[in-house]
Design a protein around this ligand. Structure first.
Ligand SMILES: [Zn+2]
Length: 280
């Protein structure tokens, strides 16, 4: 296939229907009552369209947007370009992106060259975790900080094979080898999952409906035992024709409200389970 003539990917990922929840009257992370702003439960830049109105104070918004940006830039930035997910600064989107290349087998170092983003071999990364400690019946102190078991990595090219894209690029660049890179920011991703699950639980159950677990993780950077609360499911679910999936789960034998989080389900991504708190 001629890589100058790639199919358009706009519209491959379905849009998320918009949902709005009324303000809890204070910051859902620290309790501050003034200068509240609307919270996107899933980041706007990932197509998130569920809003919890007036629920984050300026200090907490600064903290949460920092780890959101870390994840978006390193793990999903390429995806946002490729699928035309929203950006508040469309003109700032880079047209060219750096790629590591070797032009012959004798080269020992990779050279970095700039590639048109339409032809760039993008990788999307999600970490896999163990099941959350609380679901396994472990003790809090037995659980570790951010730790992934392995990574889910996919080439972002739904209409043709990633392999084919790479082969074409090799020919076009007259290159010997190409090194597409994938990064995972595990601590930032754990905080992102905690923030999504906590804000979703407040939207669905109400701020006074549960005793929250995750505030120290989200705004105090206390990740020391975060794998007690956060994990992934043992089995991959089939892809779903929707952008993201969020559900509240409760089981008789687990003393916690769990939120199931699956981002970009149509790509067949991992499913996460996050324990947000106990019923009051
Ligand atoms: Zn706050």
């Amino acid at each position: 296939m001629d890589s100058n003539n790639l199919p358009k990917l706009d519209g491959f990922l379905p849009r998320q229907p918009s949902e709005k929840y009324t303000s809890p009257g204070k910051c859902i992370y620290c309790g501050e009552k003034n200068n509240l702003s609307d919270e996107h439960i899933i980041p706007f830049a990932l197509g998130g369209n569920i809003i919890l109105e007036k629920s984050s104070c300026p200090d907490c918004a600064t903290l949460t947007s920092a780890f959101e940006l870390t994840c978006l830039r390193t793990m999903y930035g390429p995806l946002r370009l490729l699928y035309s997910l929203p950006t508040r600064r469309p003109k700032k989107r880079p047209k060219k992106l750096p790629l590591k290349v070797k032009f012959n087998s004798a080269e020992t170092e990779w050279q970095t060259i700039l590639i048109d983003q339409k032809k760039f071999p993008f990788l999307i990364t999600f970490p896999y975790f163990e099941t959350p400690g609380i679901v396994n019946g472990n003790r809090l102190y037995e659980s570790e900080g951010p730790k992934s078991k392995k990574l889910w990595i996919r080439g972002a090219s739904p209409y043709y094979s990633f392999h084919e894209l790479m082969e074409n690029l090799l020919v076009e660049l007259k290159a010997y080898s190409i090194f597409p890179e994938s990064k995972a920011e595990i601590p930032a991703f754990c905080k992102l999952l905690a923030k999504i699950a906590h804000s979703f639980a407040v939207a669905k159950i109400g701020i006074s409906g549960f005793k929250p677990f995750l505030k120290p993780l989200i705004i105090k950077n206390d990740l020391s035992h975060c794998m007690y609360y956060i994990g992934s499911t043992g089995n991959d679910e089939p892809p779903k024709n929707r952008l993201h999936d969020l559900n509240i789960l409760e089981f008789n034998n687990i003393n916690a409200i769990l939120v199931k989080v699956r981002l970009l389900c149509k790509l067949g991504t991992p499913t996460y389970i996050v324990a947000v708190g106990t019923r009051k």
